[in-house]
Design a protein around this ligand. Structure first.
Ligand code: FAD
Length: 501
């Protein structure tokens, strides 16, 4: 059997491992941390279970499609329920908007704020659906090896309908005037790595994913998905090695011959690097075999990092739903402080997840599990004092906007920011969400999944195609596994990589 090493056990690494094991490869996943999941790990403490990263389960079709390849359903591993209302938006203490599940009910919300806008929303959603379908069918599963992949008649014929050359900001304003509706539709863009002014309107597909496909929740938390995927991988024969940081990729004659792990060298025919691309290139490969140099990385536009607080609260909190967005401050200033003038935000927007509202297993009886996330520019220094300043600022706003005292009931408080992303995941500039999805960093313009200088090394994860987010990371794992399998099958026996003894 041909041996494959996968570096990293995030969504992309586990996904690639499953596809490769199904094809008959002998796959071992090496993970530096003591548990799988990467940015989607969980934290168990004092009876609370925190999802450390993702909390929005969007695009359920992608998860279904992944499991279907192995004759399985998501429900074989975890139970999904729809979150309704999907989320609450706080514009001020007495101005709150609940976005319900189901597009017809979202139309009612739009109509109340801007009479006549529900018809526009339906048109907007129809266009978003078209982009979503084109994206899923013709774009996201492409390996990004050449511009020719985009030269598909269906894609080219319909390119004007994808609004690739128009910004989200302009596009949304063509349909809606009410500032709250505009803000609601612009918010998903914040996590794609650009301001609404420079993210292509193609990404209104995210609004379709949000408002038409719905916000789902795997009972027990997002980590159930990781556990399900690990269970599937193990059943396919994948081996997981934790506390196994890869220290070096040993290259000889343009081939990755082995990995140095805990000071021992292990040999493999192929290597799939599912750790952050920048780390793999700049720290694991010799300079002579890197595809990109430091200057290249410095010019990349990264998606945001985050300052997060995981809080255990010893009483029930009112006025919060499972997902809550705090839009009581200026969106464009915060966006500029992430992308144009990277700095700690003056008055940040923030997101609060209180999953114990949907799932009592995540906190002790009568307690709440609270996760506060402030999107911030990557590359900032996150000293203790800064974290404390933003903790005070967000808790004060949270207390005012929800009309209750919270601070005195906090029994557990852990913060997480840039330096933790770097220490835990070797994240470039402490990024949380990988590489930005700007037009110039899309498809074949992203860091490539292959490296001609090391022909049996492949890259996957949120810094390559198709981009950041759980569904794209799962897709990325599939894309890279298919490319590895394709190359393996097309090599004649004498060119298949040999084990270095
Ligand atoms: C706070 C936060 C909130 C998010 N919210 C959402 C959300 O709500 N919905 C959504 O869809 N997406 C969300 N995302 C994005 C999503 O979580 C990521 O895009 C996805 O999990 C990335 O998966 P990955 O496999 O590319 O990388 P990772 O999960 O980072 O996996 C890489 C793995 O490689 C390991 N590694 C690194 N270096 C080495 C080494 N030298 N040797 C061995 N192992 C190594 C790391 O420890 C890690 O386990 C969020 C991300 C964050 C951080």
């Amino acid at each position: 059997m041909y041996k494959v090493a996968v570096i990293g056990s995030g969504f992309s690494g586990i996904s690639s491992a499953c596809f490769l094991a199904k094809e008959g490869f002998d796959v071992t996943v090496f993970e530096k941390n003591d548990s799988p999941g990467g940015r989607a790990r969980k934290l168990n403490v004092d009876g609370y279970t925190f999802d450390m990263g993702p909390s929005w389960y969007w695009m359920p079709d992608v998860f279904e499609s992944f499991f279907k390849h192995f004759g399985k359903l998501p429900s074989d591993y975890y139970q999904l329920k729809i979150i309704d209302p999907s989320y609450r938006v706080f514009f001020s203490q007495h101005d709150v908007l609940d976005v319900p599940a189901g597009i017809s009910r979202v139309c009612n919300v739009f109509e109340k704020l801007e009479p006549g806008s529900s018809l526009n929303l339906l048109k907007f959603m129809e266009e978003g659906k078209h982009k979503y379908e084109i994206g899923i069918q013709d774009l996201v599963y492409k390996p990004g090896l050449s511009v020719l992949e985009l030269m598909n008649v269906k894609l080219l014929k319909g390119i004007w309908k994808l609004h690739v050359f128009q910004s989200m900001s302009t596009y949304i304003r063509k349909y809606f005037r009410h500032s709250k509706l505009i803000q609601l539709l612009e918010f998903p863009v914040l996590f794609l790595g650009g301001s609404p002014q420079n993210i292509p309107a193609f990404y209104s597909l995210m609004n379709y994913a949000d408002m038409a496909l719905g916000t789902w929740y795997p009972q027990g938390g997002m980590y159930q998905v990781i556990e399900g995927m690990v269970k599937l991988a193990t059943s396919l024969g994948v081996k997981f090695k934790f506390n196994s940081a890869v220290q070096q990729i040993i290259v000889d004659d343009n081939q990755a011959r082995g990995l140095r792990i805990n000071n021992e060298v292990k040999n493999f025919h192929y290597v799939v690097a599912a750790a952050d691309y920048h780390h793999v290139e700049q720290q694991l490969l010799p300079a002579s075999h890197r595809k990109y140099d430091d200057a290249y990385w410095q010019k990349r536009s990264m998606a945001p990092s985050s300052l997060i607080f995981y809080l255990g609260v010893s009483r029930s909190l009112k006025n919060l739903l499972h997902h809550n967005l705090f839009f009581d401050q200026n969106f464009s200033l915060h966006s500029k402080e992430i992308y144009e003038n990277p700095s700690w935000p003056t008055n940040p927007l923030f997101y609060v997840c209180c999953p114990s509202k949907s799932d009592s297993t995540l906190a002790p009886h009568g307690h709440e599990n609270v996760f506060i996330l402030i999107p911030v520019a990557p590359g900032l220094k996150d000293e203790e004092e800064i974290r404390k300043k933003y903790f005070d600022l967000t808790i004060t706003r949270l207390e005012t906007l929800t009309g209750q005292s919270i601070r005195d009931s906090i029994t557990f408080n852990k913060s997480y920011a840039h330096s933790d992303f770097m220490n835990d995941y070797n994240a470039f500039k402490g990024n949380a969400y990988g590489l930005a999805n700007t037009l110039l960093q899309t498809a074949h313009l992203k860091p490539s999944i292959v490296n001609k200088k090391v022909t049996n090394l492949f890259y996957t994860g949120q810094l390559t195609v198709p981009g950041p987010g759980v569904p794209p990371a799962i897709i990325s794992g599939e894309v890279v596994a298919r490319e590895l399998i394709r190359q393996h099958q097309s090599r004649s026996a004498e060119f298949v990589p040999q084990l270095f003894l």
